[in-house]
Design a protein around this ligand. Structure first.
Ligand SMILES: [Zn+2]
Length: 743
């Protein structure tokens, strides 16, 4: 009842706010009206039934890299794009792709247990029994290995967990670790284990995180059942994604390839994901100290850390084959500016059937393409070219998108205006991340798309949830209530936008819906159409919402007279990051002084239970003052130039018609100025000075990554170098914006 009242009021408010008085960003009043009319027509062509049918068709069989099902899905997408009138073709690359040859995990002491390592077929899930075509449960890019050792439980296996182990006096050197899925990207777990001298790594799904502790398990409910396990890549993607053998170049047939031993993003130790059915006997047998409270999961016994008499034997070997990946690229030529491209992409490959990841997003994108083709039939044509991409090989490591972006790098840096990505999609709230110069555009688009469950805009619904979930601080809530806009997130890693933004400096956006579709099917055989229609997005209703959101963004970028980049918004965001890193350094300095005093005065030993033998932390070096002046000066230049450009863009009389094209080119290439020539320390493939995936978080973004990570790692010299490198990049960027405003 209460909900209905709120809904009606919300709908009334947003209708009131939607009067077409203000022209769309980048459009004149007249062209705004034409654009809005085209978008309304576009909406009317979208069909949830079509989107649902694509999901059903493409999830009918497993379709991982190199599989017959994978080729069939690429051809299915290609034939649809062709039938809609696109100039479409498959572009093939040849990449390294390991698949399991032998998988053995057994406990060898104090008792014996042999892991099942299989997800059983369920009668409620029609495709779960396609064992002949399924990839078994494994972590792609694990090393070959045959190791036996004592077992140690390392919680989520992130750096902080090893600091805790140090305090307990426990080393994992020469041992096999067992870590829980969650909290970090999975590839971080074996990487950190390897850095600490472990010889093998097991990753399991604890029922506390996505099993019975969260809700009913599959097939009764959506959560992970006792045999469910998460496949996935453990390539060290924070170093570089794509084919490990061809960094920086496209993996064409005759590309020059590294020897596998030279690929620095590949692990040296074996790693295997398992279900909690297989993990329970191992964990139950562990001895040693009781696990810290935050480490404990939902299995029905006391969690111990080890090591002790519990030993395990892990034997893994793989077929290290070169396989083709099939990217489907479909183009609709622009009527006025065919050499400026607006690109929209979503991956097509899955670990198994992949109804949710990635087909829910792929289906939305296909429906956008079909609706646009219907518009074309009515005489509409985009000003700039629209390019759709269905990427293969995303799951193992963004293989299809990275190889394509590397192969066409020069052309893309000249022509690509923006890359708009999506991936798995579900019921619920808008998620939006990307280049912050496009934040105002995304706000505008989100205000124009209606949420089907509440009738308010997807912008308002996201904002309402953010306010409700803002915690107990009423001051924060009041501040959020006063704000009418959303802040978009920064891009870390985890889908195909990485090569575009982080390697090439091309503005990128990632869009998706979710939050009301949680479950435990991710990367398992149970990510099926049966699961999708019951628990994810019944009838693909939110598939159409994503199509409206991403389709509008694509159309506005393709048709804008002046591209709606707002560098004042980017300035504000970067300025916030600068404040954060300077505060981080000050805070670290203060805690270092206090902690060192506690250690020096023996408080840690007096406060500890003498019988538990917890070690005091080690003294840390004092934190120096760093010189941020170059960065601050660069920021002040950027503030001036972004204001100046903004004023220039707002006043259409200032530049002659003939200068518009030139101005637009300056606008969409501007972000490339934020690339640094040498890239980030120890990972030169990542060249964006503002956004990167964290070296120790994986998916999680690090903003101003060079500076922030050097401070976190307490590498003061590197931090100072990175401050100056970022200052130079921001200075170049400011000068570029200045020159854009005077042509
Ligand atoms: Zn995906």
């Amino acid at each position: 009842m209460r909900k209905i009242v709120i809904t009606a009021l919300g709908a009334a408010l947003s209708l009131y706010g939607m009067g077409q008085s203000k022209p769309l960003l980048g459009f004149s009043a007249a062209s705004s009206a034409t654009q809005s009319a085209a978008e309304k027509k576009f909406d009317s062509y979208l069909s949830a039934q079509n989107a649902d049918q694509y999901v059903k068709d493409m999830s009918a069989r497993p379709h991982h890299v190199g599989s017959p099902g994978g080729k069939a899905v690429a051809e299915y997408i290609l034939s649809h794009f062709k039938s809609w009138g696109y100039d479409a073709a498959i572009e093939t690359f040849y990449v390294l792709f390991p698949t399991p040859k032998e998988r053995l995990l057994e406990m060898t002491g104090p008792t014996t247990y042999k892991a099942v390592l299989a997800e059983p077929a369920l009668k409620e899930d029609a495709t779960s029994g396609q064992t002949a075509e399924q990839l078994p449960v494994y972590n792609c890019w694990s090393a070959d290995g045959d190791v036996t050792g004592q077992l140690v439980f390392v919680n989520y296996g992130v750096p902080a967990d090893y600091e805790r182990l140090d305090k307990m006096g426990i080393s994992v050197k020469g041992k096999i670790v067992i870590a829980k899925y969650g909290r970090s990207w999975r590839g971080i777990k074996p990487k950190v284990a390897q850095e600490h001298g472990a010889i093998g790594c097991i990753i399991y799904s604890d029922p506390r995180d996505d099993g019975y502790y969260q809700g009913d398990v599959y097939p009764q409910g959506p959560y992970k059942n006792e045999y469910g396990a998460q496949r996935g890549s453990v390539m060290d993607m924070p170093i570089y994604p794509g084919d490990p053998l061809t960094p920086n170049t496209g993996a064409t047939k005759d590309a020059k390839r590294l020897d596998r031993s030279e690929a620095v993003n590949l692990l040296k130790i074996p790693v295997l994901p398992i279900s909690y059915h297989d993990a329970a006997p191992l964990l139950k047998a562990l001895e040693g100290p009781v696990a810290p409270e935050e480490w404990r999961g939902a299995l029905p016994f006391t969690y111990h850390v080890g090591p002790g008499k519990t030993t395990v034997h892990l034997k893994l070997s793989f077929n290290w084959d070169i396989k083709p990946v099939y990217d489907v690229i479909a183009k609709l030529n622009g009527s006025e500016l065919p050499d400026e491209w607006v690109m929209r992409g979503n991956h097509e490959d899955a670990w198994v059937n992949g109804a949710s990841d990635p087909l829910s997003g792929q289906a939305a994108m296909m429906e956008e393409a079909r609706a646009i083709s219907e518009l074309v039939k009515t005489g509409w044509k985009p000003k700039r070219s629209i390019v759709f991409a269905a990427w293969d090989g995303e799951e193992p490591g963004l293989l299809g998108s990275t190889e394509w972006a590397e192969e066409h790098a020069t052309e893309l840096q000249q022509k690509l205006v923006v890359y708009i990505n999506s991936d798995g999609n579900g019921r619920g709230f808008l998620g939006a991340e990307g280049s912050h110069a496009l934040e105002p555009l995304l706000n505008e688009v989100a205000a124009d798309v209606t949420d089907p469950q509440t009738g308010i805009s997807v912008l308002d619904r996201k904002r309402d949830r953010d306010i409700v979930n803002a915690g107990d601080n009423s001051k924060t809530k009041k501040e959020l209530l006063a704000k009418k806009t959303m802040t978009i997130g920064a891009l870390g890693a985890g889908s195909d936008y990485s090569p575009f933004i982080q390697h090439l400096g091309i503005p990128a956006i990632n869009l998706g819906f979710g939050g009301e579709n949680s479950g435990g099917e991710y990367h398992s055989v149970y990510d099926s159409y049966d699961n999708y229609r019951r628990f994810k997005d019944s009838g693909s209703v939110y598939g159409v919402v994503l199509a409206k959101m991403a389709g509008r963004t694509t159309m506005r970028m393709a048709d804008a007279e002046i591209l709606p980049f707002d560098f004042k918004s980017l300035y504000k965001t970067i300025n916030g990051y600068v404040t954060e890193v300077t505060a981080l350094l000050d805070q670290l300095r203060e805690t270092t002084v206090v902690e060192n005093q506690l250690i020096r005065e023996g408080l840690y030993s007096y406060a500890a239970d003498p019988k538990k033998h917890e070690l005091a932390p080690k003294m840390m070096d004092n934190v120096p003052y760093l010189d941020f002046s170059h960065l601050q000066n660069a920021m002040s230049a950027l503030e001036k130039s972004s204001n100046k450009l903004s004023a220039y863009m707002a006043d259409g009389n200032k530049y002659p018609e003939a200068q518009k094209d030139n101005l637009n080119r300056q606008l969409y290439r501007a972000e490339q100025q934020l690339l640094s020539d040498n890239g980030l320390p120890r990972r030169p493939w990542y060249r964006h000075t503002i956004y990167a995936p964290g070296f120790y978080t994986g998916y999680g973004v690090k903003t101003l990554p060079g500076i922030r990570e050097a401070i976190e790692q307490r590498n003061w010299k590197e931090a100072q170098d990175q401050i100056d490198i970022d200052a130079a990049a921001i200075g170049r960027f400011a000068a570029w914006l200045d020159s854009a405003a005077v042509n």
